[in-house]
Design a protein around this ligand. Structure first.
Ligand code: GLN
Length: 485
């Protein structure tokens, strides 16, 4: 196996035994980038020189007897909406094309304290709005399994680069599915933690009550290791949960005997591909064979989740994105003659179509006279969804569903039809509305060799059950295919 395809824990073993150095790992990853990046466009910016010099420092630490921590000397990609000090953070938008943060996001500080290596800033849908990574000012990302297809979104870059060996793991953000759906379409593992478990300080806000940072990795073990590093209380984020965080690696046990798994009927909706459905049923069968108790459940309010999300997310976005006014951040139209004209032109030229669409929907939903009918109503239905999930978790330890109704679709196929595009997240969005943890793991390949993902959802702060189930099923599934690139 090529070095760039090894998992972080395999590499850690080799680093400990001095069978490999961080510089070798980093060089291997950048060689791979040289071979495939032109086809994939996973990155907005690469940090080759810094990465190589960091790797040298890490090697010195290791030779001088320092113990090898998780992710130490391991090349990691970071989605370009997570602030990195002195390194551009564009959100794949023209408006932030030249924005250089003066501080690190809290998750970056934590990765740094573990001596990780930053490969570069990964491509994404502009401001994390999208399901196909076609909404990037820096061009679309292509799926490593078939470069005529999308990698999913909005963390298309992080998922594609991990799948293709351009990074060992990555950080993404998930507001309605943006970690899990691209992970599913690219055949990797993507985890959205409980809302508030990972600090959002330094994550450029899209919809603050839904956004959450999480790992994209090649396997569940790496996922648990990254969670250990990035989870935990942060006083810089007022929504951060102040609780003792367990060692997530302690849940890596292949045992789901007597685990109660619910299959929400509403997430096995019409419009799920036949092959996806069959794959999910084969995973359910595996779970039963391992002694889990599987039962169907109905969660009626889930049918409103998509509508609720497309009121709440754009509303919060319209408010969050008001700060990009040509004065405080980013792009400014310098020919404008009046202040109003400067605002108008800077925003008109700085934002792409999807972002403008969301700002318009959100501003409309929040405006006097419509607020009660849309935003407030949506919040009420959101509470129903939260309560329904609570009831479901009285009976079940985890819920299981497809991650995405389809495998990767063709580039261009849905871009002119926003409503069809919005359906891509029908299985993932309810999870964000209720703040739950959920993971997508690869379930296998379709007939035309495209990855299919299965989603495992847990109750608030029950990452333990999610990891246990994911780890056990990952073992049973035994997915080890790689894209041919
Ligand atoms: N695809 C969804 C959207 O466009 C979710 C995006 C996300 O999770 N950031 O809003």
């Amino acid at each position: 196996m090529e070095i760039y395809y090894l998992s972080a824990h395999e590499l850690k073993n080799k680093l400990e035994k001095k069978e490999i150095s961080s510089i070798e790992i980093t060089k291997s990853v950048f060689k791979r980038i040289g071979e495939v990046e032109e086809k994939l466009n996973s990155f907005i910016r690469l940090e080759k020189e810094n990465a190589l010099s960091r790797a040298k420092e890490v090697d010195k630490l290791i030779t001088s007897g320092s113990s090898v921590k998780d992710l130490m000397g391991i090349p990691v990609a970071v989605k370009d909406n997570i602030c990195t000090r002195n390194i551009t953070t564009t959100c794949a938008s023209r408006i932030l094309e030249n924005y250089i943060p003066v501080y690190n996001a809290s998750v970056i500080e934590r990765l740094e304290s573990f001596s990780y290596i930053l490969v570069g800033k990964a491509n994404m849908d502009e401001f994390a709005m999208g399901s196909s990574n076609e909404n990037s000012y820096f061009g679309p990302v292509r799926n490593p399994w078939d470069i005529t297809r999308v990698p999913g979104g909005s963390s298309g870059g992080p998922a594609a680069c991990v799948a293709a060996g351009e990074a060992v793991c990555a950080l993404g953000s998930d507001t309605g599915g943006s970690i899990r759906q691209p992970a599913s379409l690219c055949g990797v593992v993507g985890f959205k933690p409980t809302y508030g478990l990972v600090s959002r300080y330094g994550l450029v806000a899209f919809a603050s009550s839904l956004d959450q940072i999480g790992p994209i990795t090649r396997d569940v073990r790496d996922c648990a290791a990254v969670l250990n590093i990035i989870c935990g209380h942060d006083e810089n984020d007022s929504t951060s949960i102040n609780t003792k965080v367990p060692d997530y690696k302690s849940f890596l046990v292949p045992d789901i005997k007597d685990l109660k798994i619910g299959i929400p009927r509403e997430l096995m909706v019409e419009g799920i591909d036949r092959e996806v459905r069959e794959k999910i049923f084969s995973v359910i069968k595996m779970a039963e064979d391992m002694g889990a108790k599987v039962e169907e459940i109905s969660i009626p309010s889930l049918k409103y989740a998509l509508s609720v999300y497309y009121i709440i997310a754009p509303s919060e976005a319209s408010s969050n994105l008001a700060r990009f006014d040509g004065v405080r951040y980013g792009y400014r139209n310098i020919k404008a003659k009046t202040l109003r004209e400067m605002y108008r032109k800077s925003r008109a030229e700085g934002f792409g179509d999807e972002v403008k669409r969301r700002i318009m929907i959100g501003t409309y939903c929040l405006s006097a006279g419509y607020y009660d009918a849309y935003y407030e109503k949506a919040q009420r239905v959101r509470t129903l969804i939260i309560n329904d999930f609570k009831k479901a978790f009285d009976r079940f330890d985890v819920l299981l569903s497809p991650t995405s109704p389809t495998t990767a679709f063709k580039i261009g196929e849905k871009i002119d039809d926003p409503l069809t595009m919005y359906l891509s997240d029908i299985c993932t969005i309810p999870v964000n509305l209720a703040g739950l943890p959920a993971v997508s793991i690869p379930a296998g390949l379709s007939g035309d060799k495209l990855p299919i993902g299965v989603q495992i959802i847990g109750n608030i702060l029950r990452e333990d059950n999610v990891i246990k189930a994911a780890y056990s099923l990952e073992k049973a599934i035994g997915f080890n295919s790689r894209p041919e690139l």
